[in-house]
Write a protein that binds this ligand. Structure first.
Ligand code: BES
Ligand code: MN
Ligand code: ZN
Length: 462
C-alpha cells in the first residue's frame, strides 16, 4: 500500500491520524446506546442537551459543557452520518472519540467540497483528524477522484471545451505514467469515427477522442468510456432555454470515467486500464450535421439522424466499438444520455443497463453499501424495432415517446460484441444539497463500480 504525505490531504477536509494539531473531540451517539449515554452525563449536561433539542437523530449536533461535540446517529452509516459536518461545524480541527466506518468518514470528506474557481469562499470546511486504523489511502483517493469529476462538471463550457477536456486527460495520464493518444478533428475520419466527427464539427473547438492506457498489459483488460459533450445545445434540433440551461454538465460521463480512472490508477489496481473519452460540443453552424443525414460509424454501421439532440449515443457508439474490438474483460460507460432515464428513476439514482443480469444485480447491491444508488433497467431486445431506419442500418433516436432510456441503451448495444458491459445513464449533478453531496456536479456510479473492480480484480493481500 502506498504512503500518503501531508500534501495529499489538501482539499479533502481530512487530516492524517498522527496529526498533532489540537482538535475538538466529537462523540458519535448511536441510537442503541442513546439512553446509556444520557444516563452517564451530569444533570447539567443533560439539561444542556435538552435545551439544544438533542435527541440523537442523524443530522443533529450538540455541545457538552466541556466543549465536546455530540453527533446523533439513528440510522445505518452512510454519507449522511457525518457529511453535513464540514460546513455545519465552525471552522477548525476535530477528532472523533471512537471508531467510525469508512462510509461515514468518506461522507465528511465528500461534504467538504466546494467549487471555488470563480468565487472566493467565505470559509474553509471543518477538518477531521482521521481515527487510527482508518484506510486513509483509499479515503483520500476516493475523495480526490470524486472531486476531480465534480470540478470538471462544474466548470462552465467556456472553460471546459473539448481541448480543455483533452488537457485534463493528458494531465491524468502524466500523473500516473499512462499513455494517451488523441485524435482531433478531420483525423477522426481516418479512424472511421464518423459519428464523433459529425456531432462536434460545427463547434469552434473541434471534436476529439482521447485514448488512455495504463497498467501491465498482462493484467485483465478493463475499458471505461465516458460521454464528453462539453455543451449540448441540441444542435439543429435546438433545445429550449430550460432544457439547455445545465448542459455544461453533458460531459459528466467523461468526468466520472476520469474520476474512476484516477481511483483505479491511484489505488494501483492490478488491471490494464483503458479510458476512452470522446469529446465534442454539440453546436449550431452551417456545417452542423442535420436530421436526415446518414453517418458512417467505426463499427461500419450506418446511422440515420432522426434528431441531432440524440448526440451522446453517437459519441459513444464509435468509442464503444473501438473498446469492444479489443475484447476486454469488461466495458463500463457513463453518460448523461437521456431525460427519459431521469423520468424513470429520478435525478438521484443511476439508471444501469447490462448485457449480464447477474453483474447488474451485484452492482445494485454494491450501490447500497457504497451509498451510491444504481438501479437495473431492462435491455429489452423486443424494442429494437424502434431503431429501424428505411435507408440506414439504424436511426439515432426512436420516434416513440416511450422507453427513451431503453432505446438509447439498445442503440449502444448494437456497437458491442459479446463483451460484458455496464452502461450508466446518470444525472451527474446534485439538483439539491444533501450531506456529503453538495449541489452541483457529482460522480454518480463511481464508487459502486470501483468496489466491484476492487473486489473482483484487487490484490488478494488486502
Ligand atoms: N444530454 C441530453 C440528456 C439529458 C438531458 C440528460 C437532461 C440529463 C438531463 C441528451 O443528449 C439528450 O438531449 N437526449 C434527448 C434524446 C432525444 C432527442 C431522443 C432527450 O433525452 O430528450
Ligand atoms: Mn442532446
Ligand atoms: Zn447530450
Amino acid at each position: 500500500m502506498q504512503e500518503l504525505n501531508t500534501d495529499d490531504f489538501a482539499d479533502t477536509a481530512l487530516l492524517p491520524a498522527d496529526s498533532e494539531l489540537t482538535a475538538t473531540p466529537l462523540q458519535i451517539v448511536r441510537s442503541g446506546t442513546f439512553d446509556d449515554f444520557i444516563n452517564g452525563l451530569t444533570s447539567s449536561d443533560q439539561q444542556w442537551l435538552k435545551r439544544q433539542s438533542f435527541a440523537g437523530k442523524t443530522g443533529q449536533v450538540a455541545w457538552l459543557e466541556n466543549g465536546q461535540g455530540v453527533i446523533g446517529s439513528d440510522s445505518e452509516d452512510s454519507l449522511t452520518t457525518l457529511g453535513h459536518l464540514p460546513f455545519q461545524l465552525p471552522e477548525g480541527v476535530y477528532r472523533l472519540t471512537g471508531e467510525a466506518s469508512f462510509i461515514a468518514l468518506l461522507g465528511w470528506g465528500l461534504g467538504g467540497y466546494r467549487f471555488d474557481r470563480y468565487k472566493q469562499t467565505d470559509r474553509l470546511p471543518a477538518q477531521l483528524v482521521l481515527p487510527h486504523g482508518a484506510d486513509a489511502v483509499e479515503l483520500v483517493h476516493t475523495i480526490k477522484a470524486t472531486n476531480l469529476a465534480r470540478d470538471l462538471i462544474n466548470t462552465p463550457a467556456q472553460d471546459m471545451a473539448p481541448s480543455h477536456l483533452q488537457a485534463e486527460v493528458v494531465a491524468l495520464a502524466e500523473a500516473f505514467d499512462a499513455e494517451v493518444n488523441t485524435t482531433v478533428g478531420d483525423e477522426l475520419l481516418d479512424l472511421e469515427c464518423g459519428a464523433i466527427h459529425a456531432v462536434g464539427r460545427a463547434a469552434a473547438d473541434g471534436p476529439r477522442l482521447m485514448d488512455l492506457t495504463w497498467g501491465n498489459p498482462d493484467h485483465p483488460k478493463i475499458t471505461i468510456v465516458g460521454k464528453g459533450v462539453t455543451f449540448d445545445s441540441g444542435g439543429l434540433n435546438l433545445k429550449p432555454s430550460g432544457g439547455m440551461r445545465w448542459m455544461k454538465k453533458d460531459m459528466g460521463g467523461a468526468a466520472i470515467a476520469m474520476g474512476l480512472g484516477y481511483l483505479v490508477m491511484s489505488q494501483a489496481l492490478p488491471v490494464r486500464l483503458r479510458l476512452l473519452i470522446p469529446a465534442a460540443e454539440n453546436a449550431v453552424a452551417g456545417n452542423a450535421f442535420r436530421p436526415g443525414d446518414v453517418l458512417h460509424t467505426h463499427k461500419g454501421l450506418t446511422v440515420e439522424i432522426d434528431n441531432t439532440d440524440a448526440e451522446g449515443r453517437l459519441l459513444l457508439c464509435d468509442a464503444l466499438s473501438m473498446a469492444s474490438s479489443e475484447k476486454p474483460e469488461l466495458i463500463i460507460d457513463y453518460a448523461t444520455l437521456t431525460g427519459a432515464a431521469r423520468g424513470a428513476v429520478g435525478a438521484e439514482i443511476g439508471a444501469m443497463f447490462s448485457n449480464d443480469d447477474s453483474l447488474a444485480q451485484q452492482l445494485q447491491l454494491l450501490g447500497k453499501t457504497e451509498d451510491d444508488a444504481v438501479w437495473p433497467m431492462p435491455l429489452h431486445d423486443a424494442y429494437d424495432y424502434m431503431l429501424k431506419s428505411n435507408i440506414a442500418d439504424l436511426v439515432n433516436s426512436a420516434a416513440s415517446p416511450y422507453a427513451g432510456a431503453v432505446t438509447a441503451a439498445l442503440f449502444l448495444k448494437r456497437f458491442i460484441d459479446e463483451v460484458p458491459w455496464l452502461h450508466f445513464d446518470v444525472m451527474a449533478f446534485n439538483i439539491r444539497k444533501r450531506p456529503g453531496r453538495p449541489e452541483g456536479g457529482e460522480a454518480m456510479g463511481l464508487r459502486s463500480v470501483y468496489r466491484y473492480l476492487a473486489q473482483r480484480f484487487g490484490a488478494s493481500d488486502e
